[in-house]
Ligand binder design. Structure first.
Ligand code: 3HC
Length: 707
């Protein structure tokens, strides 16, 4: 008996159930179990048709990514060879109906497409998300999908990796029926109907009606490549997916499948596949925190009270309202409260225009947000989040105030991006309840939540904060309490180095172009302008006591602040902004940089994009290594998750630490040693980086050894 696949009989239909929790991945044993079950069902005189269904929350969610990871790193992997199984399914003499619920993804959809019919639960979704892992569908998905939905739709699905809901799948021809209620009963009834009508059993692989011709499809392939460049800049797999779909049209089915296998094999060993698979597991690994077990109590969260209705407070309120939580939003003055609520309304209106929410959905969300000037209702809040200015004195005053108001079980969160959690907690009598909840702007959009553990923060509070992140559809990463935590602490040397580069002869535009060319979502100067030069100034002021005497500081950013050039919000910062927030370089700023540099006697020269990347990204990596060694990040992979989800670091490079592994730690350490000799103390090599480089090891191995 195969424990992963079992067969029962319902009304004369063989029901094959896959039961491989949590997501019925095609792990070793599942394809074998399916193959035996099909042979048995076809031989069973008591079965007129076959239904395949997944136990638990989903149909098959894809190949086992653990096996893909082994393959990516060149280790022995048990990747399923599905060709024979899919042929067995298609060649079944009895009708095969696939009953789809949950997430029919990747290899799961590929199995489903080999059936003669597909019946989907209304809330199910289907997709070929392989590009998210740097690969293409490897079990004939690129060959069967265009046969069912046409070339254009197949390209869109394989290039973007975005799943489609059941209703869209029905319209596209991917499924034959969408049902409410009992999926298995509906699928069995569907199968019996096929039998009673003696309906033809068309093999998907035999279909050609939606394929078109290579000539007529040429513009679709070109559009697919353009789409890939737009939504997945620099990624290899989406382009290979287009190639594979071209093969589906140009070649007979079996040859097309062979071509797909070749392309798949090419993709799975690329640095990009390694990086993206790493990112997949890294994101799921962050919740594994020492001291938190399944037994740790997670306090229920239904009501969140927020102090401060500015950019951060408003965004957090939206994130909470979107997740169905009740929100109390407090401001000190009516005008600020009105402004905050107006901004929330405006942001929601944009979401309606973009089709993200319906007007009714927005009204429901707005109704969950209660604006107020006092602390009414705060006593029954499950979480209080202080989201005021980055000013220690103000934050302490607020915590002293809420101390007497908050309920005994309330989580006391501070949305600081850099300040000392322990100092904030010191003004309360319950420092164990205090935790940093560092949201990223716009807080209703950005996925990262840095959860900062103070020295007294209890496991219960931390577990509740992690659960809150999940509820808000965010990825919560636990960071230790050091200035800037993980993300901003790494940001300081990265940003400073960028500013030193412009003082030494580059322009903000050149630096930003090199960074976006490398893959960053935005250049650092554009980020500074977006986040607010005034905000950065306030942070610098708060952390001034950490500045080391004699260590070089950037010359220009304080001057921009003094000139009132706060960035996008004032139309001027490092760049000039038009009404549509489009940036153009400002000669006045370049002049300011040049004169400041001349005043300080800084020699001028030109820089290549490679030098710019080495100076900035290696600074990021060096600081990351320090944070890791000092224990402020639990794993190198956690740092990667922070940078991918909060700082626009390209996922296809796996985050800064994985990127460092792929560049080679020895190469980076050698370059850092050169910078150290040239620029002095600020480039002191992180001991961990130097050690791993000497030992020929990687950050990934460092994580694995400590797991
Ligand atoms: N293989 C192995 N493990 C998987 C997996 C898979 N395909 N999908 C999910 N898991 C694991 C996760 O690692 C996690 O494990 P953990 O609890 O030990 O951390 C657990 O299942 C639950 O996953 P999530 O926390 O992500 O649960 P969610 O409910 O939030 O999401 C999901 C479920 C939507 C299925 C999401 O996990 C997902 O998107 N998975 C990836 C799906 C995918 O990419 N499929 C294609 C794989 S490649 C392929 O099929 C190649 C083929 O063409 C040959």
């Amino acid at each position: 008996m195969n424990p992963l696949v079992s067969t029962t009989n319902q009304s004369g239909v063989a029901v094959i159930t896959i039961d491989n929790p949590p997501v019925n991945a095609l792990s070793p044993g599942v394809p074998e179990g399916l193959a035996s079950a099909f042979t048995a069902a076809n031989a069973d005189v008591g079965a007129k048709a076959i239904v395949v269904i997944g136990a638990g929350r989903t149909f098959i969610a894809g190949a086992d990514i653990k096996e893909l990871e082994y393959a990516a790193w060149g280790q022995p992997a048990k990747l399923p060879a599905l060709h024979d199984l899919l042929a067995t399914i298609e060649n079944s003499a009895k009708p095969v109906v696939m009953a789809l619920h949950g997430t029919t993804f990747g290899g799961g959809l590929e199995v489903a497409m080999a059936g003669h019919y597909r019946v989907a639960a209304r809330d199910g979704v289907m997709g070929q998300p392989e590009v998210n892992l740097g690969i293409i569908p490897g079990a004939e998905g690129t060959q069967r999908l265009p046969r069912l939905v046409g070339v254009e739709k197949a390209i869109e699905m394989c290039v973007t990796g975005k799943p489609i809901p059941a209703a869209d799948a029905l319209a596209a021809g991917l499924v034959d029926a969408v049902v409410d209620g009992q999926l298995l009963d509906s699928a069995v009834a569907f199968a019996l109907d096929v039998v009673s009508r003696n309906a033809p059993l068309v093999k998907t692989s035999d279909r050609t009606d939606k394929l078109g011709t290579p000539e007529r499809n040429a513009p679709l392939y070109a559009a697919g490549c353009a789409l890939a460049a737009k939504v997945r800049r620099g990624a290899i797999a989406p382009l290979k997916a287009v190639d594979a779909i071209e093969a589906a049209v140009a070649l007979p089915f079996d040859e097309g499948c062979r071509r797909e296998r070749e392309l798949f094999s090419e993709c799975v060993v690329t640095d990009q596949a390694r990086a993206l698979i790493h990112a997949f597991f890294a994101e799921r690994g962050v919740a594994k925190v020492p001291g938190i077990t399944k037994e740790t109590t997670v306090r229920p969260v239904g009501k969140v009270a927020i102090i401060g209705a500015g950019t951060m407070g408003g965004g957090i309120a939206m994130a909470c309202a979107n997740a169905g939580l009740q929100v109390l939003l407090k401001e000190a003055e009516q005008a600020a409260l009105d402004r905050g609520m107006e901004t929330i309304r405006k942001n929601y209106d944009v979401s309606v225009k973009r089709g993200r929410f319906t007007p009714e959905g927005v009204e429901e969300r707005m109704a969950r947000i209660h604006p107020q000037l006092d602390y009414a209702g705060f006593d029954s809040a499950d979480v209080i989040i202080e989201a005021v200015f980055e000013d220690m004195a103000i934050k302490k005053a607020i915590f002293a105030e809420i101390e007497g108001i908050a309920g005994a079980d309330c989580v006391l969160g501070t949305n600081t991006s850099t300040l000392n959690i322990d100092e904030i907690a010191s003004v309360t009598k319950r420092p164990g309840s205090v935790v940093g909840l560092h949201f990223f702007s716009p807080a209703n959009v950005m996925r990262l939540l840095e959860i900062v553990r103070g020295k007294a923060t209890s496991s219960e509070i931390l577990a509740t904060a992690l659960a809150l992140a999940k509820k808000l559809n965010k990825v919560g990463v636990v960071a230790g309490n050091c200035p800037g935590f993980i993300g901003n602490r790494m940001m300081f040397p990265y940003m400073y180095e960028a500013q030193f580069l412009v003082e030494e002869g580059a322009t903000p535009e050149q630096v930003d172009k090199a960074l976006t060319g490398f893959g960053m979502a935005m250049g650092i100067f554009a980020v500074d302008d977006m986040a607010g030069i005034d905000v950065a100034w306030r942070v610098r002021k708060a952390l001034r006591h950490f500045a080391e005497p004699g260590v070089r500081r950037p010359l220009v950013q304080d001057q921009l602040f003094e000139m009132g050039r706060y960035g996008q919000k004032t139309g001027r910062g490092w760049y000039i902004y038009d009404a549509n927030r489009k940036a153009t370089p400002d000669p006045e700023v370049v002049e300011l940089i040049r004169s400041s540099a001349a005043g300080a006697g800084i020699a001028q020269r030109t820089f290549t994009p490679e030098e710019i990347i080495e100076r900035t990204v290696y600074a990021l990596i060096n600081e990351g290594a320090r944070i890791l060694e000092e224990g402020y990040a639990l794993r190198a992979a956690d740092i990667d998750v922070v940078y991918i989800n909060g700082y626009g670091f390209p996922a296809r490079l796996g985050g800064p630490m994985m990127c460092a592994d792929q560049i080679g730690l020895a190469k980076i350490a050698a370059r850092i040693a050169e910078f150290h000799a040239e620029f002095g103390e600020r480039w002191t090599p992180a001991p961990l980086l130097a050690r791993l480089a000497t030992e020929g090891k990687t950050f990934r191995e460092f994580d694995l050894e400590r797991a």
